[in-house]
Write a protein that binds this ligand. Sequence first.
Ligand code: ZN
Ligand code: ZN
Ligand code: ZN
Ligand code: ZN
Length: 329
Amino acid sequence: MDEILYTIAKDSEGNFFTALSASKGKIYYCVNCDNILILKKSGRVGPRTKRPHFAHKSLTRNCQPETALHYGFKTLAAEKLNQFLQAGAEFNFYWTCEYCSEVHKGNYIKKLKSVRIEYDLKYCRPDIALLDENDDIFAAVEIVVSHKPNDQALNYYIQNKIILIQINLTSDDDIYKIEQKLSEPHLVKFCLNPKCSVCDNFQQKYIMSIINGKCWKCYNQVKVALMKDGADKFLFGPEKFTPREIAFAKERGVNIDEYISGLTGEQYNANLCRQCRTFIRRFSKLRNYFNYASEENLPIQDFLIRYNCRCCAEKKISEDDDWAQNLKW
Ligand SMILES: [Zn+2]
Ligand SMILES: [Zn+2]
Ligand SMILES: [Zn+2]
Ligand SMILES: [Zn+2]
């Protein structure tokens, strides 16, 4: 992290100014320690001129620019959320989900009825609390400059089903990017997929892709089916389809049949070319079709088939020797 400068201050009435919106000759105060700040804005640019910032008029101990940045950002971010709330405008944010790997989209004001700063929850005090129509907190926005939320707070959020939205600040410039920072949080402890009824973890999507391609052997038209997750990651082929999924694929023109290895005798379901009776088996061949299709070279149709709990699926596999055997490729 670069050196953090003071880029936020307040006037005698408590209105916030950034180093860019403040004007010279006026008196400003530190948002953290209330001492007088001087605006430093040279108007010059160049490698050795500092960006506009404030400095304490007299030497001040016990005041850190990180703390001022944290406080300033938090206050302006809450203001920004309030503006969207008053205007009734959508305020979308995006995150890569740590549970299912998909990129999700949320809307800050969907359930929002009020925004509170330093809302006291007894066990913790989120930087910004988002409250619903019952005055219950449903999300906590934590602004991280140097201190991450502590474990006590994290546990409290999890236990009380409060969504943690974490925004990491890396520069005092972030004070000018409130909206952008809010729309791209560093971490959101939430998934839009339903939870598993057994273990309460978020589930991943199983999406069946049916690809129109050519048989790798005879070059005739062939339809192949495979499963991927919500983040477009190849998962498996018909060898792990349920009977219902096989029926589903067949109804859509896919030819699936049982492959029997002459070498090892093992048997599993695989995509099969109707013309030359060649199997398109397992990872390597099937993955090629998937890769071509993903690069938009082959027509592909996607169907959301079901939600799957990774956690419980892993348990099932370890309990079931046949499955464990099947997975060794
Ligand atoms: Zn200060
Ligand atoms: Zn997710
Ligand atoms: Zn589960
Ligand atoms: Zn063929």
